[in-house]
Ligand binder design. Structure first.
Ligand code: NAP
Ligand code: HSE
Length: 425
């Protein structure tokens, strides 16, 4: 079985290393000898993290997808323009394609999967979501008896690594991001990691596989972690929560909601204790109840583990030529963002004078919102107090109205911050 790899960087190099390290076991599973015969890279002279003996290098990736001797193409270079054309050409040439590229699948997956189906080839992408965790196979295979109600996870390793290092070691955001890049965790454009775009790509894929609907990346509401401050981390801790960057997809009353945002999670939840580059995904099925999947969310060999699992599946041809694990899509409506209900954490900086807290709680009461917890700290020489408030479950439109009203109060010194709280029940 001849494999052509597009991109021999962190993931591509990891794949070659794991194929070499576990050659005997992989051959016992598939019954065939797998060899990486060709690799496309940008710079042939760059050192590689894997042995390269026996691999023919090219800087012309179309040579690989048009090469008749290649059976399976691994797209491990990233991007959505050239990668899309390469994947399309490979499929049209009758090759199976395995990719780790969540941006490509989230934005062009509907078209590419239809093309693969028409050409009777496989297009698999386990490595695109949650690195080494076999989360797509769990949804498609192990949980296939269930109606999935919720998928909620820490699905970006770089972001979780940054939040953990900032919390535990007080390290600077930029410094930790640099380390994540050196470790090969971050995307080519790291704003994808910190602004939640990478997690949104993954969430769109998870939702499609969980609910059997088309990929709808543009329906994911996305918020990054750059707004999280040391004060928020301290308040969250005092109130009994951890702040995590979560991707959440729910099917409620026949509608889907997909959102990526920083989230306060009760410290007692397992997800609140998933640290560093680790990812974890909570899936709630209507038969099995809650299940949790944990593992390395990024890195060379962890991601290679998922790529090679797809390779083994394709070689064993245990898969049907279907679409996202379903035989047909359902057109499920998406919930309007304003109608999404959540508990919220609000942080205000207010002049510390008599009556301010009473005025603010009156605004909540006027909007029929209960305040579940309040912590106040007087923090600066100007007599300004930081106030953290946890609400009950409210509609997003309602909390936005409350925040707009609070913002107008003359004691408020800066923009009111809002973060979702999820109990994950
Ligand atoms: P990477 O280390 O930057 O490797 C990219 C590889 O693609 C490099 O070998 C590069 O060549 C090659 N390449 C890029 N543009 C090319 C072009 N125009 N023509 C030929 N070769 C080209 O990236 P990576 O971290 O392995 O990520 C690859 C993909 O996996 C991305 O879609 C990423 O989102 C996804 N992914 C990454 C991880 C992770 O932990 N890193 C985990 C899951 C999924 P040179 O080496 O010569 O520059
Ligand atoms: N940049 C991604 C992350 C790689 O940090 O999670 C794995 O998809």
């Amino acid at each position: 079985m001849n494999i052509g790899i597009l991109g021999l960087g962190t993931v591509g190099g990891g794949v070659v290393n794991v194929l070499a390290k576990n050659q005997a076991e992989i051959m016992r599973r598939t019954g065939v000898q797998i060899q990486v015969t060709h690799a496309a890279v940008r710079d042939i002279n760059q050192p590689r993290i894997c042995p390269t003996k026996g691999i023919e290098f090219t800087q012309a990736p179309f040579e690989i997808v048009n090469n008749d001797s290649i059976d399976i193409v691994l797209e491990l270079m990233g991007g959505t323009t050239l990668a899309k054309e390469l994947v399309k050409t490979a499929i049209k040439n009758g090759k199976h394609v395995i990719t780790a590229n969540k941006a490509l699948i989230a934005t062009h997956g509907n078209e590419l999967l239809a093309l693969a189906k028409d050409n009777n080839t496989h297009l698999l992408f386990e490595a695109a979501v949650a690195g080494g965790i076999p989360i797509l196979k769990s949804l498609e295979q192990g949980l296939s008896a269930n109606q999935i109600e919720m998928v909620a996870g820490i699905i970006n390793g770089t972001g979780n690594f940054i939040l953990t290092e900032m919390r535990d070691k007080g390290r600077d955001f930029a410094d930790v991001l640099k380390e994540a890049q050196e470790l090969g965790y971050a995307e080519a454009d790291p704003t994808f990691d910190v602004e939640g775009i990478d997690a949104a790509h993954k969430l769109a894929i998870l939702a499609a596989i969980a609910f059997g609907c088309e990929l709808q990346f543009d329906k994911v509401s996305t918020q990054g972690i750059s707004q999280i401050s040391g004060e928020d981390v301290a308040f969250a801790t005092e109130l009994g929560y951890s702040i995590k960057h979560l991707g959440i997809a729910k099917k409620l009353n026949g509608k889907i909601q997909m959102r990526v945002h920083p989230t306060l999670i009760p410290k007692t939840r397992l997800l609140a204790n998933v640290d560093g580059v680790m990812n974890a995904v909570l899936i709630k099925g209507n038969a099995v109840g809650p299940t949790l999947y944990y593992g390395a969310g990024a890195g060379a060999e962890a991601t290679a583990s998922a790529v090679i699992a797809d390779l083994v599946d394709v070689i064993k041809d245990t898969l049907s030529h279907n679409v996202l694990g379903w035989q047909s899509f359902e057109a499920i409506p998406y919930q309007n963002q304003d109608d999404i209900e959540s508990i919220f954490y609000l942080r205000l900086l207010a002049t510390d004078k008599p009556g301010v807290l009473a005025d603010i709680t009156a605004i909540f009461a006027n909007h029929n919102i209960s305040v579940e917890a309040v912590v106040q700290k007087q923090i600066d020489a100007q007599d300004n107090a930081h106030i953290a408030i946890i609400t009950n479950q409210v509609k997003t439109s309602n909390i936005n109205a409350v925040v707009a009203a609070i913002q107008k109060h003359d004691s408020i010194q800066e923009e009111v911050k809002i973060i979702h709280v999820e109990t994950l029940d």
